[in-house]
Ligand binder design. Sequence first.
Ligand SMILES: Nc1ncnc2c1ncn2[C@@H]1O[C@H](COP(=O)(O)OP(=O)(O)OP(=O)(O)O)[C@@H](O)[C@H]1O
Length: 759
Amino acid sequence: MSIRQDGVAEAIRTEQARVTMLYDRLDLARRRAEQALGEVFGRGGAVANVQGRVEREVAAAEQWRRLAQLSGVERGLCFGRIDDADGVTTYIGRIGLRDDEHESVLIDWRAPAARPFYVATPGDPGTLVRRRHLHLRERTVIGLDDEVFDLERMSESDRRSLVGEAALMAALRRGRTGRMSDVVATIQTEQDRVIRSDLQGALVVQGGPGTGKTVAALHRAAYLLYAHRDTLERRGVLVVGPNTMFLRYIEQVLPALGETQVVMATVGELYPGVRAVAADPPAAAVVKGDARMAGVVAQAVRRRQRVPEGDLEIEVDGGVARVAHETCARVRDRARAVRLPHNMARKLFVTEMLRELARDLLVSLDDSLALENFLPAEAVAALEKELPGRQEPYTEQELAYEAERLWDLPEVRAALEALWPELTPQRLVSELLSSPETLAAVAGDLDWRAMVRPASAPWTVGDVPLLDEAAELLGEDDSASRVAARRAGEARREAELYAGEVLVSTGLAEEGVMVASALADRHDDDGAALTTADRAAADRTWAYGHVIVDEAQELSPMAWRVVMRRVPALSLTVVGDVAQTGSAAGARSWAEMLEPYLAGRWREERLLVNYRTPVEIMEVAADVLHAVDPLLEPPESVRRGGAAPLAVRGGPEQVPLLVEAERREIGEGRVGVVTSDAVHTRVAALVPGGDDLDAPVVVLTVTQCKGLEFDSVVVVDPEGILRQSARDLYVAVTRATRRLTVLCPDRLPEVLRRLKSTL
Ligand SMILES: Nc1ncnc2c1ncn2[C@@H]1O[C@H](COP(=O)(O)OP(=O)(O)OP(=O)(O)O)[C@@H](O)[C@H]1O
């Protein structure tokens, strides 16, 4: 064995000892959590009172959470080490761990002390002399990568043990698994800037395909939860993704970073109780996504606040209660003028109308009993002198009593309901979209015909912002819940005190994983355990502490209104690429989309290095990008040496053979077949696996493949994709990490001329 090999083996032994010790600490922490859980349940059925049961649930839920966190970080627990010029060595991992003396033995990657690991560069190493990456297979150290910043200051034995194949390149060469992995060991400096950017304000991250926008955004979520746990445990973090496929693709990243409490949703899922997956045809998507739709919905609500053509007349008690047309209009105007949401203002309208009806009935009654009916006019005049004030004959009580009696009559209710109905957002939007007549009346210049559809049609993603808008304008009659909220406020103060005690008694306070206020928040009145994520996802009016929007270029102006409502403090991370916009209602520029909400108050970071796609494929993609916009430049690939991208003659029937060949080429990795919308069903029928991300081969439309990647990509029907848009073709050809094949029945589209062709 050479001196160098000797040194490397020695270094691996040293690191193995450290890693073994760290896993021992992890096991110990797990055993403690399990034990604590056992003790909680050990208290068993003996807990008789509500408080005891609540305590048990709280404690159990927290220990489960702790266990989930500890299990999530098993893979690659420790991945880095830094040595500084003073001889201090620090190990960096997915979570922080301490020894029995409470000394830190592993630093959480998000802690300030771990920062040099990510930001040191040969040109600016700070105090570091070396950065080391540790590669583990399960709990065994199988390799090391060193970057030396100051050889002079390293000891002789350390110099002998230097090892080095760039960790990043090793990570990038790995076969894909169908799911996104974290990159905590190899975060690059420009990504680190994004990840650790301030919580406050809006950050826009613009970058071409494969520049690590998604991965950086998810690490940012984990970082913010770590650095601002107090705020974010209570308010929660929301990640908005373009479709459910994408959310499945990224769902394992945050748990692997020890975070299990982030809410993930598509725009179609942001309205509780509705789960919209269907997309609108492009023409409808454009109209529904137009910011002017907010005004359209508002008009639709106003149209439901009616006055009768003539006087309002309701048959009551064999007679007629009447309110003059002008009075109805005045009552409606007054109810509108209070500027409350429709369902709350309705209360005012109904109350006043009932009083008008009551007054009319009492007047009729009075009239029938009037003295004039029984006495001569002179006698009445004499009486009037003696009993002034006959103009105001009814007391408040009399009116109120009569109004209440009227409200119990179905015919009265029905008449008032017709004038100012209580509305749900679902009813309003459904009735609006299925009524050409209403649409024509309220849609102004918009091409409303594109939106018309039957009342029974399922909700589309484009409907969700309309429902949300309607919910804002309609509101809920929440007087009862406000009283309840006041009571809950008092109960809450007690709950917080109590939660503090629970944290101390379960040892969680010491570990700092939770704050008492957040714990108190998690439990509703009857003690059922609710995480912040559960509560936030179920509450339309929830104000998140931070919102991350990925593939943000796809959101329409109306969808942005929904997102902005979820984060009134405007603490946002907006991640995307305006060159990849697929939705006809999506963004062409960030300024255009965000200015209405952020008015200059946003900062932008650009990611310029493509970690996914090798140079050879990006050269093809660059031509497609120029067809999108000649001024746009693709990101620079960090890797060279992929196979030459190919064009092959054939249609959908060729796909199974081609896919088999690709599978042989890539071995363990994944093949993605990306098709035009037109041929998708045909191709999907030919290939087993469909859209299951865990299958070795998946078949997706361009919309579905957004944000995903595969070792080998087969693009089917490039002409059809190009007809959809050049942006779609750009997305399709930038999904590959190693191999790209384009299947084309005859002439290759001009933008793909660079492909090596067998046509
Ligand atoms: N620092 C890194 N270390 C290792 N791999 C990385 C790093 N940064 C990015 N990658 C890898 O590059 C690939 C692309 O990353 P990601 O999907 O986040 O890019 P993106 O900018 O969101 O792309 P798109 O615009 O196509 O959605 C992923 O496989 C990711 O793991």
